[in-house]
Ligand binder design. Structure first.
Ligand SMILES: COc1ccc(S(=O)(=O)[C@H](CC(=O)O)C(F)F)cc1
Ligand SMILES: [Ca+2]
Ligand SMILES: [Zn+2]
Ligand SMILES: [Zn+2]
Length: 160
């Protein structure tokens, strides 16, 4: 992102505000935890979940108008969005379009894990990659065994 905003601390916190009915709570918690793990595996970052209070990354599911000036668009199209690092409460937050069918991968619907890993890249300050195989490539594509591309790794290590 312009100006290369990054967090001024590496022990980041997150909170899941609400849950999608598409998956059980444990699967959703696990998808987010694994998505954060993709990044903490390759950068000096830790992600700690909090049940309440102020956190860096607030995660919520919403449809259409959901409290910010970027309303979602119903099924398909925009799947989710996230705000880069900064000092405002919205910074770092990741929102997922409830009108999508969230799955654990494969079949129809969108993998919550893959989309979350991408969104959290934005939450950390990463912009899009021009490399098709990269997680930060602008369009969704399902991969059974998601691995970060060297471009994703270079990007996050350049920032932190
Ligand atoms: C691989 O992860 C994603 C790819 C594409 C998207 S998106 O199609 O929702 C994208 C939003 C984004 O880049 O975060 C689009 F601009 F809306 C979200 C996650
Ligand atoms: Ca949508
Ligand atoms: Zn939003
Ligand atoms: Zn993106």
């Amino acid at each position: 992102f312009p100006g290369r905003p990054t967090w001024d601390h590496t022990d980041l916190t997150y909170r899941v505000v609400n849950y999608s009915p598409d998956l059980d709570v444990a699967s959703i918690d696990d998808a987010f935890s694994r998505a954060f793990g993709m990044w903490s595996n390759v950068a000096p970052l830790t992600f700690t979940r909090q049940e309440q209070g102020n956190v860096d990354i607030l995660i919520q599911f919403g449809s259409q108008n959901h409290g910010d000036s970027y309303p979602f668009d119903g099924k398909n199209g925009v799947l989710a969005h996230a705000f880069g690092p900064g000092t405002y409460s919205i910074n770092g937050d990741a929102h997922f379009d409830e009108d999508e069918f969230w799955t654990q991968g494969g079949g129809n619907g969108y993998s919550l894990f893959i989309v979350a890993a991408h969104e959290f890249g934005h939450s950390l300050g990463l912009d899009h990659s021009s490399i098709q195989g990269a997680l930060m490539y602008p369009t969704y594509s399902y991969q059974a065994n998601l691995q970060l591309h060297s471009d994703d790794v270079a990007g996050i290590q350049d920032l932190y």
